[in-house]
Design a protein around this ligand. Structure first.
Ligand SMILES: [Fe+2]
Length: 303
């Protein structure tokens, strides 16, 4: 069991989850736009039509409590016990994640815009893969804004705001990771080669969702599926059954994954620069093949 998601499943809340923070009519219209976008070419996808308002004042005290309990539990492991990447921890501080309240995306985005120009936006549910990539290509992250029910506190198969915002968004405050993820989005959006699509999905899985990184000669968690899940986080670092391989982009892209149990293979970065540089090389190949080399984004981080 895990909380990782294939890229196209990223924004896919459980149908059973209802949130006061979502306006039903707006969500229905946004979902219809998302569904329609599946047939559109990459330059025709209108990501703004898929966004919904996070009515933050409407979260219940029960929502804030679930967020707070999980925030505290994961931060005990990630910060107090030293399991989390310092880049993740710094990012969580930069975007002002805290125990008291479910994050308000307006505050998150104000803080993010100052360091990387990334932003996060509520979406109603399932996005077609290309629409998800279209968000990333524009330095935007589509996020679910529901909070899991108390009964599903420890495990939820679908993403919610704890997986999406706690798990993913802190790294968007890092200039190097920010460049990596946009470059990834451009390659995934513009390729029309199914082999690249499959290889890019594996790359997402073994980095964004389940990545490990060496910092100060110690292995740390940074993938959102490891960050947001107590079970996966401990298993990734502690289990003797996990094969922890040095990151190599081609090898990662050749590795298949299964989604319904703890991950037996994980890849370890030496730095986020290593990931960004490997991604830029790969994106050059993919975009060149697609006749879209001019879409390769300019890097904002130092090379
Ligand atoms: Fe995810």
């Amino acid at each position: 069991m895990n909380e990782g998601h294939k890229p196209q499943d990223e924004a896919k809340p459980a149908a059973s989850i209802y949130s006061n923070a979502i306006d039903t009519d707006e969500a229905r219209a946004a979902q219809a736009a998302a569904d329609r976008s599946a047939d559109l070419g990459p330059d025709k996808i209108d990501i703004d039509a898929m966004k919904i308002t996070q009515n933050h004042e409407r979260y219940t005290e029960a929502d804030h409590e679930v967020w707070g309990v999980l925030y505290e539990k994961r931060m005990r492991h990630l910060r107090d016990e030293g399991a989390g990447s310092r880049i993740f921890l710094q990012g969580a501080d930069v975007i002002d994640l805290n125990r008291q309240r479910v994050p308000d995306l307006r505050v998150v985005n104000q803080n993010l815009s100052a360091c990387t120009g990334w932003s996060s936006h509520g979406v109603p549910g399932y996005l077609p893969a290309k629409s998800f990539f279209a968000f990333l290509a524009q330095r935007q992250f589509p996020t679910t804004i529901t909070v899991r029910p108390k009964e599903s506190m420890d495990y939820l198969p679908e993403p919610d705001i704890i997986h999406d915002v706690f798990g993913h968004v802190p790294l968007h405050a890092d200039p190097v990771f920010a460049d990596f993820l946009q470059t990834y989005g451009k390659a995934a959006l513009y390729t029309n080669n199914p082999d690249h699509t499959e290889r890019l999905a594996r790359l997402f899985w073994f980095t964004v969702e389940f990545g490990l990184i060496h910092e100060d000669n110690t292995m740390k968690l940074y993938g959102s599926g490891l960050i947001s899940s107590e079970g996966e986080g401990h298993h990734a670092l502690e289990s003797p059954d996990v094969e922890r391989r040095a990151f190599d982009l081609d090898r990662v892209c050749d590795t298949t994954f299964e989604i319904d149990h703890y991950q037996p293979i994980l890849y370890v970065l030496e730095s986020f620069e290593q990931l960004r540089d490997a991604m830029v090389d790969y994106a050059e190949r993919v975009l060149d093949e697609a006749g879209k080399l001019d879409e390769l984004p300019a890097l904002t981080s130092k090379s």
